[in-house]
Write a protein that binds this ligand. Structure first.
Ligand code: GLC
Length: 407
Protein backbone atom coordinates (compact mmCIF):
# COMPACT_ATOMS: atom_id res chain seq x y z
CA UNK A 1 0.00 0.00 0.00
CA UNK A 2 1.09 3.56 -0.70
CA UNK A 3 2.91 5.34 2.14
CA UNK A 4 0.90 7.92 4.05
CA UNK A 5 2.41 10.96 5.76
CA UNK A 6 1.06 11.33 9.27
CA UNK A 7 1.68 14.19 11.70
CA UNK A 8 1.25 13.10 15.32
CA UNK A 9 0.80 16.07 17.67
CA UNK A 10 1.67 16.29 21.36
CA UNK A 11 1.70 19.47 23.43
CA UNK A 12 4.33 18.31 25.90
CA UNK A 13 7.80 16.85 25.56
CA UNK A 14 7.80 15.46 29.10
CA UNK A 15 7.42 11.70 29.04
CA UNK A 16 4.14 10.94 30.78
CA UNK A 17 2.00 7.87 30.08
CA UNK A 18 0.51 9.15 26.84
CA UNK A 19 4.00 9.83 25.49
CA UNK A 20 5.29 6.39 26.49
CA UNK A 21 2.25 4.79 24.83
CA UNK A 22 2.95 6.83 21.71
CA UNK A 23 6.57 5.69 21.45
CA UNK A 24 5.54 2.07 21.80
CA UNK A 25 2.80 2.50 19.23
CA UNK A 26 5.08 4.15 16.68
CA UNK A 27 7.61 1.35 17.00
CA UNK A 28 4.95 -1.26 16.26
CA UNK A 29 3.21 0.54 13.36
CA UNK A 30 3.15 -0.74 9.82
CA UNK A 31 5.94 1.09 7.89
CA UNK A 32 3.29 2.34 5.48
CA UNK A 33 2.65 5.11 8.04
CA UNK A 34 5.41 7.69 7.72
CA UNK A 35 5.13 9.54 10.97
CA UNK A 36 6.54 12.90 12.02
CA UNK A 37 5.86 13.85 15.61
CA UNK A 38 5.22 17.56 16.14
CA UNK A 39 5.75 18.68 19.74
CA UNK A 40 4.58 22.03 21.09
CA UNK A 41 7.58 22.37 23.40
CA UNK A 42 11.17 21.14 23.43
CA UNK A 43 12.26 18.47 25.91
CA UNK A 44 13.14 14.93 26.80
CA UNK A 45 10.67 13.22 24.47
CA UNK A 46 12.35 14.82 21.47
CA UNK A 47 15.59 12.89 21.93
CA UNK A 48 13.80 9.72 22.98
CA UNK A 49 11.86 9.74 19.72
CA UNK A 50 14.97 10.50 17.67
CA UNK A 51 16.83 7.63 19.31
CA UNK A 52 14.08 5.38 18.00
CA UNK A 53 14.51 6.75 14.49
CA UNK A 54 11.28 8.74 14.56
CA UNK A 55 11.19 12.15 12.87
CA UNK A 56 10.42 15.03 15.27
CA UNK A 57 9.67 18.71 14.77
CA UNK A 58 9.26 21.20 17.60
CA UNK A 59 6.90 24.12 17.13
CA UNK A 60 6.97 26.00 20.42
CA UNK A 61 3.76 27.28 21.95
CA UNK A 62 4.07 30.15 24.44
CA UNK A 63 5.36 28.65 27.68
CA UNK A 64 2.39 29.81 29.75
CA UNK A 65 -0.04 28.00 27.44
CA UNK A 66 2.09 24.90 27.00
CA UNK A 67 2.65 24.48 30.72
CA UNK A 68 -0.96 24.82 31.79
CA UNK A 69 -1.95 21.56 33.48
CA UNK A 70 -5.22 19.92 32.62
CA UNK A 71 -6.79 21.64 35.66
CA UNK A 72 -6.35 24.94 33.88
CA UNK A 73 -7.97 23.63 30.74
CA UNK A 74 -11.25 25.15 31.88
CA UNK A 75 -12.68 25.36 28.45
CA UNK A 76 -11.07 24.87 25.04
CA UNK A 77 -12.10 28.41 24.15
CA UNK A 78 -10.28 29.73 27.21
CA UNK A 79 -7.18 27.93 26.05
CA UNK A 80 -7.39 29.70 22.72
CA UNK A 81 -8.22 33.09 24.09
CA UNK A 82 -5.98 33.03 27.14
CA UNK A 83 -2.82 32.14 25.30
CA UNK A 84 -2.82 35.29 23.22
CA UNK A 85 -0.56 33.63 20.70
CA UNK A 86 -2.67 30.47 20.31
CA UNK A 87 -4.38 31.68 17.16
CA UNK A 88 -1.02 32.56 15.70
CA UNK A 89 0.18 29.14 16.75
CA UNK A 90 -2.70 27.43 14.92
CA UNK A 91 -1.67 29.29 11.77
CA UNK A 92 1.98 28.26 12.16
CA UNK A 93 0.96 24.69 12.82
CA UNK A 94 -1.23 24.60 9.70
CA UNK A 95 1.75 25.91 7.74
CA UNK A 96 4.00 23.23 9.14
CA UNK A 97 1.43 20.54 8.32
CA UNK A 98 1.41 21.77 4.73
CA UNK A 99 5.20 21.90 4.59
CA UNK A 100 5.33 18.35 5.92
CA UNK A 101 2.70 17.37 3.35
CA UNK A 102 0.76 15.70 6.12
CA UNK A 103 -2.18 13.67 4.90
CA UNK A 104 -3.47 12.82 8.37
CA UNK A 105 -3.19 14.51 11.77
CA UNK A 106 -3.29 12.47 14.97
CA UNK A 107 -3.68 14.34 18.27
CA UNK A 108 -2.17 12.44 21.20
CA UNK A 109 -3.09 14.87 24.02
CA UNK A 110 -6.06 17.10 24.88
CA UNK A 111 -4.32 20.37 24.06
CA UNK A 112 -2.98 18.89 20.87
CA UNK A 113 -6.56 18.00 19.94
CA UNK A 114 -7.90 21.50 20.65
CA UNK A 115 -5.21 23.31 18.66
CA UNK A 116 -4.42 20.52 16.20
CA UNK A 117 -8.03 20.07 15.07
CA UNK A 118 -8.13 23.74 14.03
CA UNK A 119 -4.79 23.54 12.26
CA UNK A 120 -5.82 20.30 10.53
CA UNK A 121 -8.95 21.96 9.23
CA UNK A 122 -6.91 24.86 7.84
CA UNK A 123 -4.47 22.46 6.23
CA UNK A 124 -7.41 20.44 4.85
CA UNK A 125 -6.30 17.28 6.62
CA UNK A 126 -8.50 14.74 8.37
CA UNK A 127 -7.69 14.32 12.04
CA UNK A 128 -7.87 11.48 14.54
CA UNK A 129 -8.05 11.92 18.28
CA UNK A 130 -6.05 9.38 20.25
CA UNK A 131 -7.57 9.80 23.68
CA UNK A 132 -5.46 9.01 26.73
CA UNK A 133 -7.54 11.17 29.10
CA UNK A 134 -10.99 10.84 30.58
CA UNK A 135 -13.46 13.39 29.22
CA UNK A 136 -15.19 13.58 32.53
CA UNK A 137 -15.72 15.92 35.46
CA UNK A 138 -13.87 13.50 37.76
CA UNK A 139 -10.73 14.20 35.76
CA UNK A 140 -11.09 17.61 34.09
CA UNK A 141 -12.74 20.88 35.08
CA UNK A 142 -16.47 20.33 34.49
CA UNK A 143 -16.74 23.20 31.98
CA UNK A 144 -14.28 21.53 29.61
CA UNK A 145 -16.29 18.31 29.35
CA UNK A 146 -19.14 19.27 26.97
CA UNK A 147 -16.78 21.31 24.79
CA UNK A 148 -14.36 18.40 24.42
CA UNK A 149 -17.20 16.01 23.63
CA UNK A 150 -18.29 18.36 20.87
CA UNK A 151 -14.72 18.49 19.63
CA UNK A 152 -14.68 14.67 19.42
CA UNK A 153 -17.63 14.83 17.01
CA UNK A 154 -15.50 16.76 14.56
CA UNK A 155 -12.77 14.09 14.51
CA UNK A 156 -12.54 11.71 11.56
CA UNK A 157 -11.69 8.93 13.99
CA UNK A 158 -11.34 8.44 17.73
CA UNK A 159 -9.16 5.87 19.49
CA UNK A 160 -9.50 5.48 23.26
CA UNK A 161 -7.04 3.78 25.60
CA UNK A 162 -9.79 1.80 27.41
CA UNK A 163 -13.50 1.10 27.24
CA UNK A 164 -13.85 3.32 30.30
CA UNK A 165 -12.28 6.22 28.37
CA UNK A 166 -14.30 5.38 25.25
CA UNK A 167 -17.65 5.51 27.06
CA UNK A 168 -16.99 9.07 28.20
CA UNK A 169 -16.73 10.43 24.67
CA UNK A 170 -20.51 9.89 24.32
CA UNK A 171 -20.32 9.00 20.66
CA UNK A 172 -21.98 5.89 19.22
CA UNK A 173 -19.78 2.90 20.13
CA UNK A 174 -18.86 2.24 16.49
CA UNK A 175 -17.26 5.69 16.25
CA UNK A 176 -14.76 5.08 19.07
CA UNK A 177 -12.22 2.29 18.74
CA UNK A 178 -10.49 0.93 21.83
CA UNK A 179 -6.76 0.22 21.67
CA UNK A 180 -5.21 -0.74 24.96
CA UNK A 181 -1.69 0.74 25.03
CA UNK A 182 0.58 -2.03 23.80
CA UNK A 183 3.68 -3.34 25.53
CA UNK A 184 6.86 -4.21 23.66
CA UNK A 185 7.97 -7.83 23.64
CA UNK A 186 10.71 -7.25 26.25
CA UNK A 187 8.09 -6.22 28.82
CA UNK A 188 6.96 -9.82 29.12
CA UNK A 189 9.24 -11.74 31.44
CA UNK A 190 9.76 -15.05 33.16
CA UNK A 191 8.28 -15.92 36.54
CA UNK A 192 8.43 -13.29 39.25
CA UNK A 193 10.23 -14.24 42.48
CA UNK A 194 8.61 -12.75 45.57
CA UNK A 195 11.27 -10.97 47.68
CA UNK A 196 12.20 -12.56 51.05
CA UNK A 197 10.59 -9.73 53.04
CA UNK A 198 7.56 -7.74 51.82
CA UNK A 199 8.21 -4.80 49.52
CA UNK A 200 5.27 -2.79 48.26
CA UNK A 201 5.92 -0.35 45.50
CA UNK A 202 4.44 2.39 43.43
CA UNK A 203 6.00 3.13 40.07
CA UNK A 204 5.32 6.18 37.95
CA UNK A 205 4.88 9.89 38.01
CA UNK A 206 4.55 11.48 41.44
CA UNK A 207 1.22 13.29 41.45
CA UNK A 208 -1.85 13.71 43.65
CA UNK A 209 -3.79 11.99 40.86
CA UNK A 210 -1.64 8.86 41.31
CA UNK A 211 -2.18 8.54 45.07
CA UNK A 212 1.27 8.32 46.65
CA UNK A 213 -0.26 10.05 49.70
CA UNK A 214 -2.86 7.29 50.18
CA UNK A 215 -0.08 4.73 49.68
CA UNK A 216 1.94 6.30 52.53
CA UNK A 217 -1.12 6.37 54.77
CA UNK A 218 -1.68 2.67 54.07
CA UNK A 219 2.03 1.98 54.58
CA UNK A 220 1.71 3.37 58.09
CA UNK A 221 -0.82 0.63 58.99
CA UNK A 222 1.07 -2.17 57.25
CA UNK A 223 4.42 -1.10 58.75
CA UNK A 224 2.94 -1.25 62.25
CA UNK A 225 1.65 -4.79 61.67
CA UNK A 226 4.76 -6.13 59.90
CA UNK A 227 8.12 -4.79 61.04
CA UNK A 228 9.88 -6.21 57.97
CA UNK A 229 7.69 -4.52 55.32
CA UNK A 230 9.24 -1.83 53.13
CA UNK A 231 7.68 0.66 50.74
CA UNK A 232 9.17 2.04 47.55
CA UNK A 233 8.04 5.08 45.63
CA UNK A 234 9.75 5.03 42.26
CA UNK A 235 9.31 7.98 39.93
CA UNK A 236 9.56 11.73 39.88
CA UNK A 237 7.24 14.70 39.75
CA UNK A 238 6.51 16.02 36.28
CA UNK A 239 4.32 18.84 35.08
CA UNK A 240 3.21 20.95 38.08
CA UNK A 241 3.58 18.38 40.84
CA UNK A 242 6.79 19.35 42.64
CA UNK A 243 4.95 20.76 45.66
CA UNK A 244 3.07 17.48 46.10
CA UNK A 245 6.35 15.54 46.04
CA UNK A 246 7.66 17.73 48.86
CA UNK A 247 4.47 17.12 50.90
CA UNK A 248 5.00 13.37 50.55
CA UNK A 249 8.45 13.62 52.10
CA UNK A 250 7.04 15.65 54.99
CA UNK A 251 4.25 13.10 55.50
CA UNK A 252 6.80 10.29 55.59
CA UNK A 253 8.58 11.92 58.52
CA UNK A 254 5.31 12.80 60.27
CA UNK A 255 4.23 9.17 60.07
CA UNK A 256 7.65 8.13 61.32
CA UNK A 257 8.19 6.03 58.22
CA UNK A 258 11.55 7.46 57.22
CA UNK A 259 13.41 4.17 57.63
CA UNK A 260 10.72 2.14 55.88
CA UNK A 261 9.93 4.23 52.81
CA UNK A 262 12.33 4.67 49.95
CA UNK A 263 11.91 7.49 47.45
CA UNK A 264 13.86 6.04 44.57
CA UNK A 265 13.40 8.90 42.09
CA UNK A 266 13.36 8.45 38.34
CA UNK A 267 14.32 4.96 37.24
CA UNK A 268 16.15 3.97 34.09
CA UNK A 269 15.08 0.34 34.57
CA UNK A 270 11.47 0.27 35.78
CA UNK A 271 11.21 -3.47 34.99
CA UNK A 272 13.93 -4.20 37.54
CA UNK A 273 12.01 -2.14 40.12
CA UNK A 274 8.82 -4.07 39.43
CA UNK A 275 10.65 -7.38 39.82
CA UNK A 276 11.71 -6.37 43.34
CA UNK A 277 8.14 -5.76 44.55
CA UNK A 278 5.94 -8.25 46.42
CA UNK A 279 3.11 -6.30 44.79
CA UNK A 280 2.69 -3.18 42.70
CA UNK A 281 0.31 -0.68 44.24
CA UNK A 282 -1.60 1.58 41.87
CA UNK A 283 -3.38 3.96 44.19
CA UNK A 284 -5.02 6.58 41.92
CA UNK A 285 -7.75 8.30 43.95
CA UNK A 286 -9.28 9.56 40.70
CA UNK A 287 -10.22 7.08 37.98
CA UNK A 288 -7.20 6.24 35.86
CA UNK A 289 -7.85 6.36 32.09
CA UNK A 290 -5.83 3.17 31.54
CA UNK A 291 -2.82 2.60 33.84
CA UNK A 292 0.12 1.26 31.83
CA UNK A 293 2.14 0.34 34.88
CA UNK A 294 -0.57 -2.14 35.88
CA UNK A 295 -0.23 -3.84 32.51
CA UNK A 296 3.58 -3.78 32.89
CA UNK A 297 3.44 -5.41 36.32
CA UNK A 298 1.04 -8.05 35.04
CA UNK A 299 3.33 -8.78 32.10
CA UNK A 300 6.14 -9.55 34.57
CA UNK A 301 3.98 -11.68 36.87
CA UNK A 302 4.05 -9.13 39.69
CA UNK A 303 0.91 -9.13 41.91
CA UNK A 304 -1.20 -5.98 41.52
CA UNK A 305 -3.29 -3.90 43.92
CA UNK A 306 -5.24 -1.12 42.20
CA UNK A 307 -8.19 1.20 42.69
CA UNK A 308 -11.55 0.06 41.32
CA UNK A 309 -12.27 2.70 38.71
CA UNK A 310 -11.63 3.59 35.08
CA UNK A 311 -9.10 1.55 33.13
CA UNK A 312 -7.53 -0.04 36.21
CA UNK A 313 -10.75 -1.87 37.11
CA UNK A 314 -11.21 -2.90 33.49
CA UNK A 315 -7.69 -4.30 33.33
CA UNK A 316 -8.10 -6.45 36.45
CA UNK A 317 -11.66 -7.64 35.75
CA UNK A 318 -11.15 -8.28 32.01
CA UNK A 319 -14.62 -6.76 31.56
CA UNK A 320 -15.40 -3.60 29.60
CA UNK A 321 -18.20 -2.58 31.98
CA UNK A 322 -17.56 -0.68 35.20
CA UNK A 323 -17.46 -2.61 38.48
CA UNK A 324 -19.06 -1.23 41.63
CA UNK A 325 -16.23 -0.01 43.86
CA UNK A 326 -15.82 -2.00 47.09
CA UNK A 327 -16.88 -0.23 50.31
CA UNK A 328 -14.11 1.63 52.12
CA UNK A 329 -11.82 -0.80 53.90
CA UNK A 330 -13.01 -3.69 51.71
CA UNK A 331 -11.07 -5.48 48.97
CA UNK A 332 -12.48 -6.95 45.77
CA UNK A 333 -10.35 -9.93 44.70
CA UNK A 334 -10.57 -10.75 41.00
CA UNK A 335 -8.83 -13.74 39.43
CA UNK A 336 -6.04 -11.32 38.38
CA UNK A 337 -5.48 -9.06 41.37
CA UNK A 338 -6.99 -6.89 44.07
CA UNK A 339 -9.16 -3.78 43.78
CA UNK A 340 -10.00 -1.27 46.49
CA UNK A 341 -12.11 1.89 46.52
CA UNK A 342 -10.32 4.97 45.13
CA UNK A 343 -8.92 7.17 47.91
CA UNK A 344 -9.12 4.42 50.53
CA UNK A 345 -5.89 3.86 52.49
CA UNK A 346 -7.61 1.25 54.70
CA UNK A 347 -8.51 -0.83 51.67
CA UNK A 348 -4.97 -0.51 50.32
CA UNK A 349 -3.57 -1.62 53.69
CA UNK A 350 -5.76 -4.71 53.86
CA UNK A 351 -4.90 -5.65 50.28
CA UNK A 352 -1.18 -5.38 51.12
CA UNK A 353 -1.63 -7.46 54.26
CA UNK A 354 -3.42 -10.13 52.22
CA UNK A 355 -0.36 -10.39 49.98
CA UNK A 356 1.84 -10.83 53.08
CA UNK A 357 -0.48 -13.49 54.52
CA UNK A 358 -1.28 -15.32 51.27
CA UNK A 359 1.87 -15.22 49.13
CA UNK A 360 0.95 -18.36 47.16
CA UNK A 361 -2.50 -17.04 46.19
CA UNK A 362 -1.05 -13.65 45.27
CA UNK A 363 1.53 -15.28 42.99
CA UNK A 364 -1.11 -17.51 41.33
CA UNK A 365 -3.28 -14.49 40.55
CA UNK A 366 -0.17 -12.79 39.15
CA UNK A 367 0.54 -15.76 36.89
CA UNK A 368 -3.00 -15.62 35.52
CA UNK A 369 -2.58 -11.85 35.10
CA UNK A 370 0.60 -12.39 33.14
CA UNK A 371 -1.19 -14.69 30.67
CA UNK A 372 -4.00 -12.13 30.42
CA UNK A 373 -1.50 -9.33 29.69
CA UNK A 374 0.03 -11.39 26.90
CA UNK A 375 -3.36 -11.86 25.29
CA UNK A 376 -4.54 -8.28 25.69
CA UNK A 377 -1.60 -5.87 25.76
CA UNK A 378 0.61 -6.71 22.81
CA UNK A 379 1.99 -3.74 20.87
CA UNK A 380 1.01 -5.32 17.55
CA UNK A 381 -2.71 -5.35 18.33
CA UNK A 382 -2.68 -1.71 19.46
CA UNK A 383 -0.90 -0.78 16.22
CA UNK A 384 -3.41 -2.77 14.16
CA UNK A 385 -6.41 -1.00 15.72
CA UNK A 386 -4.84 2.42 15.19
CA UNK A 387 -3.87 1.61 11.61
CA UNK A 388 -7.46 0.60 10.92
CA UNK A 389 -8.89 3.85 12.37
CA UNK A 390 -6.32 5.94 10.50
CA UNK A 391 -7.19 4.21 7.21
CA UNK A 392 -10.89 4.76 7.77
CA UNK A 393 -10.32 8.43 8.60
CA UNK A 394 -8.41 8.89 5.33
CA UNK A 395 -11.07 7.08 3.35
CA UNK A 396 -13.89 9.08 4.96
CA UNK A 397 -12.15 12.37 4.31
CA UNK A 398 -10.87 11.80 0.81
CA UNK A 399 -14.08 12.51 -1.19
CA UNK A 400 -14.47 15.76 0.75
CA UNK A 401 -10.85 16.65 0.13
CA UNK A 402 -11.18 15.91 -3.56
CA UNK A 403 -14.17 18.25 -3.75
CA UNK A 404 -12.15 20.83 -1.83
CA UNK A 405 -9.22 20.46 -4.24
CA UNK A 406 -11.48 20.87 -7.26
CA UNK A 407 -13.04 24.03 -5.83
C1 GLC B 1 -2.32 8.71 30.17
C2 GLC B 1 -3.31 8.17 31.19
C3 GLC B 1 -2.92 6.78 31.65
C4 GLC B 1 -2.66 5.87 30.48
C5 GLC B 1 -1.69 6.50 29.49
C6 GLC B 1 -1.55 5.67 28.22
O1 GLC B 1 -1.10 8.97 30.78
O2 GLC B 1 -3.37 9.04 32.32
O3 GLC B 1 -3.95 6.22 32.45
O4 GLC B 1 -2.15 4.64 30.91
O5 GLC B 1 -2.13 7.78 29.13
O6 GLC B 1 -2.76 5.59 27.51
Amino acid sequence: MAPVRVAVLGHTAETGGAEIALMRLLEALDPRWQVTVILFSPGELESQLRQRGIAVRVLPLAQRTASRGRAQLKDPRTLLLSGRDSWGFVGRLAQLLRAEQAELVVANTLKAAVLGSLAARRARCPWVWHLHDRISADYLPAAAVPALRLLARTAHGVVANSHATARLVRLPAERVAVAYPGLPEESFAAAHQAPPTPVFGMLGRISSTKGQREFLQAAFTVAAADPSAAFHIVGQALFNDHEYAKQLEDLTSQLDLAGRVRFAGWSARPEADLDRFSALVHASPVPEPFGQVIAEAMARGVPVIATAAGGAAEILTEAPDPVPAPSPGEVLRTPLGQLVAPGDPRGLASAMRWVIDNPGDAESAAQRASASARRRFGAASAAAVCGEVWSQALAAASPRRRRGDAG
